[in-house]
Design a binder for this molecule. Structure first.
Ligand SMILES: [Zn+2]
Length: 307
């Protein structure tokens, strides 16, 4: 009997041992292994992908009457072809007509009479090839070619025309004084500095931006093709003092008959960039002078018709 009881105890003991071993096995396989646990953490900490909501694109409305299909999605606006530009008139006559001017004279604009000298066109160190010397009060009717400091120098090619112009004025009973003809580059440097100093400016311009004296190389006097003409000597020439003298009035009316123009007319300062100078006359020849004076032009405008 004791042996039987001992056998039962042994069987129970084995059964308990087996039960314990089974339970241990089952618990161990259910627990996550270390690698699995880390991968679970990484999944949890991974950023959450944004939810992409796709909305259907609106269906473009069909073009209404009058609209073009090109305004629909995906196409740019229709660029209307630019109209053909109106070709610029390419002849002096056509350019003049476009400005309401009569046909200009048939001149060679590259000839010396039309040399343009102004603030935008310097002639640098240019000098006339030959000078003509005139008595400044036109009481000796000859043109000298040898240097004479008591006479007014101009380009020889305009000397006779200037003498004829002055002589005609004197025949009208007017006093004529050839105040200033040719000026050298060097003398214009001095002139520019003096006028600037007297007027408290440094660029030769007045408060409106117009020249009251030209930088050297930009003065028409250096060309020898012009002359300041007054009725007597003036220390300072002003438009107010000289605009209505009998000589100024006569010269403005008759200069073109001798091939001269009033170079810096009143009201044309935007073209010449020079203030009104009723005393400054420039030679361009009778045909051009007549056209310029009859149409109230400047030399800048006239030359522009040919270029
Ligand atoms: Zn002048």
């Amino acid at each position: 009997m004791k042996i039987f009881i001992r056998i039962i105890r042994i069987i129970l003991g084995l059964a308990l041992l087996a039960a314990f071993a089974f339970g241990l096995y089952t618990f161990g396989s259910a627990a996550p292994k270390s690698g699995d646990y880390l991968s679970q953490l990484e999944e949890q900490s991974a950023p959450i992908s944004p939810v992409v909501v796709t909305t259907p694109k609106p269906v473009s409305a069909a073009p209404q009457d009058g609209e073009t299909a090109a305004t629909a999605e995906g196409e740019g606006p229709v660029v209307e072809p630019a109209p053909e530009p109106t070709p610029l008139p390419n002849t002096p006559a056509a350019r003049a007509a476009a400005l309401g001017l009569p046909e200009p004279p048939n001149v060679d604009i590259t000839s010396w009479e039309f040399m343009l000298v102004n603030g935008d066109h310097s002639i640098d160190q240019y000098e006339p090839e030959q000078y003509g010397y005139l008595n400044p009060t036109i009481d000796a009717f000859d043109v000298q070619t040898n240097f004479n400091p008591d006479r007014t120098a101009v380009d020889f090619r305009i000397a006779q025309a200037l003498l004829d112009f002055g002589t005609a004025a004197e025949k009208e009973g007017l006093n004529v004084y050839l105040a200033s003809g040719y000026r050298s580059y060097a003398s214009q440097v001095d002139n520019f500095n003096r006028v600037c100093a007297n007027n408290g400016v440094s660029d030769g311009k007045d408060k409106n931006g117009y020249y009251i004296t030209m930088p050297a190389g930009c003065s028409e006097h250096q060309s020898g093709l012009c002359c300041d003409i007054t009725d007597k000597w003036y220390g300072t020439k002003t438009a107010d003092a000289l605009r209505n003298t009998p000589l100024s009035v006569w010269m403005a009316a008759h200069c073109q008959e001798y091939g001269f123009i009033l170079r810096f007319p009143e009201g044309k300062e935007t073209f010449t960039k020079v203030m009104y100078e009723p005393w400054h006359f420039r030679y361009v020849g009778v045909d051009a002078a007549t056209y310029i004076m009859e149409n109230n032009l400047t030399l800048e405008e006239f030359v522009g018709l040919y270029q």
